[in-house]
Design a binder for this molecule. Structure first.
Ligand code: GCU
Length: 837
């Protein structure tokens, strides 16, 4: 009873699972709602149910009802009295309402809110829907001001790429199985697909590629084409056009032809026929996405044809239907990269492949370029290819799914990273050429029409869409930035937080602060100074594994040895990559003195003792940054805890679990990277923290029952190089130690490894008192499988706060192995207040 009373007085929202994301339309408190003047009628100037204007009417009805508790019907004809009218400019004119709007571009809209008269005028139906979402966003944030303005998109292409496989798995997806596919077919239930389209429309995304760039031809079967029609039908009312990734070799592997040569007549005819069939099913299909001649994918080069020959093949097939081809610039030949050649460089690939092709692409081809020249790293310089394609339409590829950025298990708010590229001035021909506002807008090279944005998202069946609540700010921000790359990243967060968690100031300030701290912290505790993320390149791209970067042909090298580190990408002595930039930028990156510290190791190979502009050496910067980053991450659970009672319990608990996990994994990162470079360079930490953990009791030094001492791979993911694992996998194990600490209150942290294919159980005791129990079930709680190994992905740390300890107390972990999980233990840390070790 008491619990209920408490909830009622605090006015807490019911538990929320995240499904409605930022479109919750939560009821405003009465005293605020009372201040809103909302017209008594809604008029949607279209009666066709699949029309975005019709959706806009329905959305306005449910939104106003949710936010203000007012039930208003939707009609489709103008009547006397105040109303919210939504429609295209043509429909307004037809209805006899004269509206004077500034010039609207495709998908743009005009919003006028005046007393009991609201006009939402779209250049097209999509624009009208976007305007309705804008008005609802204002209401939901208790913004009842009168406004009158027009807004137009910065670019026409604002697409999503999903990397969904036909079997229902998702490449680099961290939120469950596909909402589109299962068992090599398109799902029949389109509920989530329609909900997704609604979310996308609200952030003004107008197209989506639904299947993986590593494309499976089975999508082209008759049955699956009919399935695509279902997807398109579910998304059309939200103005989201559907497109697909194609596999270049399909004429051979699926069509039974002897070739897939893009200039062969039978191949051309085959693709034309397939394309026509697709457009019968989906008459408004957006077009195709092509990954060719990259990472083992087939492409035109198999037949000595150019990449533009390949792109134009599809462009010509889809052109009569009004479609476009997104052709990826992520082309490189990983089999022929050789680190022993100082001049070899994967970063050179995109410009090398595409520079000579400018002007050779048909006008409905858009070259889709990842933001940096390698692959979605924690920091990369802007891709120089944006400077070379003057006569070719281009789009930037951003990654919302956090492949190299903590896979949604770490909070990392991405817009500050994206802005390093979007705000970068390439100075093409000595003139201002900012990537977002000048190049992607098409203005710099007078491109009309097709330029823009592609965001790799990979939502799954998880109710939170991306696997965790706070990651959704990245999706929201993506849409906002694609519409207007000058929008402030803090302002985006504030809007998102109010829409997602309500109007409380503490909630907004806390989430905004943590989010803004998150990418710098992540960069600090992973890869610094432009060396890339330092994750496991040949594995899941999640935990630390710096040695995996080198000695393989993937080309994400660091060239670290005992004395020095970094890729020499200068023209004078290195791979020549810096020379791919226009002169002013090339000159800046060519010299160590003018290269910013944060990209130093991207462009230069220097000794660990090289002194940065900050005055620190490279190695000391590594050490300090890792300590600073882990400390920031350690503050996240504390910051979040202040929100207890201010947001619903479900989302509070789910985020607290992840942020606590992140704080532990940030320490794994910190120690692994620091110990790896310490061991390689043999240079100590000025502050004597690295390899020196006075608050830890190593498991291998404890009194052990049924545990054996082992090494791990990579070595640096174990504190002091050793861990313990159970002898056999069924017996009960234990590790204990007598504490030699002055009496006081401490936090107890246990470092262990949580693999999938096993759920070991653990219990921590102080003397005979149980402090806590847990199970190695991150595979369930984080929602995807990280690793089968004892490594940097599985390394986990759990903390019990505020434990009273006396000298001579005995701390003990009792554990039971399960499956492949041998209850591996690394150490127990006994931490005085404020110590993160
Ligand atoms: C990365 C990613 C792959 C993906 C590829 C691409 O390498 O790890 O999963 O297929 O990029 O973007 O094509």
């Amino acid at each position: 009873m008491r619990g209920f009373w408490f909830l009622a007085t605090l006015g807490l929202a019911a538990a929320e699972d995240g499904l409605n994301a930022w479109l919750r339309y939560a009821r405003l408190p009465d005293e605020i709602a009372r201040q809103a003047t909302v017209p008594p009628a809604i008029v949607a100037l279209n009666t066709t149910e699949s029309s975005p204007v019709y959706s806009a009417g329905q959305e306005l009805r449910s939104g106003i009802n949710g936010i203000l508790g007012k039930k208003i019907d939707v009609s489709h004809e103008i009547s006397e009295g105040g109303s919210v009218v939504v429609g295209t400019i043509a429909a307004f004119n037809e209805s006899g309402i004269s509206v004077e709007t500034p010039e609207l571009e495709e998908d743009g809209f005009w919003l006028s809110v005046k007393n009991d008269k609201v006009e939402i005028v779209g250049q097209n139906e999509r624009g009208a829907l976007y305007g309705a979402f804008e008005y609802l966003s204002m209401l939901a944030q208790a913004n009842f001001t009168e406004v009158a303005y027009a807004t137009n998109p910065s670019a026409a292409i604002r697409w999503i790429n999903q990397w969904d496989n036909m079997d229902g798995t998702i490449e680099r997806g961290y939120a469950g199985l596909s909402i589109f596919f299962a068992n090599d077919t398109v799902l029949s239930n389109m509920t989530r697909v329609a909900q997704y389209a609604r979310l996308l429309a609200s952030i003004r995304v107008n197209g989506i590629i639904v299947n993986n760039v590593n494309a499976d031809v089975t999508l082209l079967s008759d049955e699956n084409m009919a399935g695509l029609a279902r997807i398109a039908d579910a998304m059309r009312p939200w103005g989201v056009k559907v497109g697909i990734s194609l596999n270049f070799a399909s004429p051979q592997t699926f069509g039974g032809l002897s070739t897939f040569d893009p200039l062969d007549d039978t191949v051309i005819a085959w693709w034309n026929n397939i394309t026509d069939k697709l457009y019968v099913q989906v008459p408004d299909m957006a077009g195709f996405l092509i990954k060719a001649n990259s990472e083992g994918q087939p492409g035109p080069e198999t037949y000595n044809r150019t990449l533009s020959d390949g792109a134009n093949l599809f462009a010509r097939a889809t052109k009569p239907h009004g479609g476009v081809v997104m052709f990826r610039a992520f082309v490189y030949d990983y089999q022929n990269l050789n680190e022993s050649n100082w001049k070899d460089d994967r970063a050179n690939a995109a410009v090398d492949f595409f520079r000579g092709l400018d002007g050779k692409f048909d006008d409905n081809v858009i070259v889709q370029i990842k933001y940096g020249p390698i692959d979605f790293q924690v920091r990369e310089p802007a891709s120089p290819l944006f400077a070379h394609l003057k006569q070719t339409a281009t789009a930037i590829e951003l990654q919302i799914t956090q492949e190299y950025l903590g896979q949604q298990c770490h909070l990392v708010y991405l817009p500050p990273l994206w802005k390093t590229v979007l705000d970068f001035d390439l100075r093409v021909d000595g003139e201002k050429s900012v990537i977002g506002t000048d190049i992607l807008s098409g203005k710099r090279f007078n491109k009309t029409g097709l330029t823009g944005y592609a965001g790799v998202v990979n939502v799954g069946h998880n109710a939170t869409w991306l696997g965790t609540h706070l990651a959704m700010s990245n999706l929201y921000a993506y849409g906002r930035i694609a519409w207007d790359p000058t929008v402030n990243e803090v302002a985006i967060l504030e809007d998102w937080t109010r829409l997602t968690f309500g109007l409380d100031d503490t909630v907004r300030e806390t989430i905004t602060r943590m989010s803004m701290e998150s990418w710098p912290a992540y960069e600090n505790y992973t890869g610094n100074l432009g060396i890339q993320t330092l994750t496991d390149i040949t594995g899941p791209h999640y935990g630390p594994n710096p040695q995996s970067m080198d000695n393989n042909p993937w080309g994400q090298w660091t060239r670290a040895d005992a004395f020095s580190i970094g890729m020499d990408r200068t023209v004078s002595n290195g791979t020549g990559y810096s020379g791919q930039y226009p002169d002013e930028v090339a000159a800046m990156f060519e010299e160590i003195e003018t290269t910013p510290d944060n990209l130093l190791l991207w462009f230069h190979h220097v000794p660990y003792t090289h002194v940065l502009k900050s005055g620190k050496t490279v190695i000391q910067h590594f050490y300090d940054a890792h300590y600073a980053g882990a400390e920031t991450a350690a503050s996240f659970p504390e910051q979040w805890s202040k929100l207890r009672g201010l947001i619903d319990q479900q989302r509070f608990d789910e985020m607290l679990f992840r942020l606590t996990y992140q704080a532990g994994h940030a320490i794994v990162w910190r120690d692994s990277i620091n110990e790896f470079y310490n061991s390689l360079s043999q240079i100590g930490d000025d502050h004597d923290r690295v390899n020196n953990h006075p608050y830890r009791i190593e498991a291998e030094n404890m009194t052990l029952t049924n545990y054996r001492v082992t090494a791990v791979n990579p070595f640096e993911v174990a504190s002091s190089l050793r861990i313990v694992q159970s002898v056999g996998n069924s017996s009960a194990t234990s590790a204990s130690a007598t504490l030699n600490y002055t009496a006081g209150v401490y936090d107890l942290a246990v470092a262990y490894y949580d693999l999938y294919e096993g759920k070991a159980s653990y219990e921590l005791f102080l003397n005979e008192r149980s402090i806590g129990k847990w199970i190695g079930d991150n595979e369930d709680r984080l929602g995807f499988t990280l690793t089968r190994g004892i490594d940097g992905h599985s390394a986990t740390r759990i903390t019990f706060k505020g434990i009273e300890i006396k000298e001579g107390d005995v701390v003990r972990v009792d554990a039971k192995a399960n499956g492949r999980e041998t209850a591996p233990l690394d150490y127990i840390a006994v931490l005085p207040p404020g110590v993160v070790d």
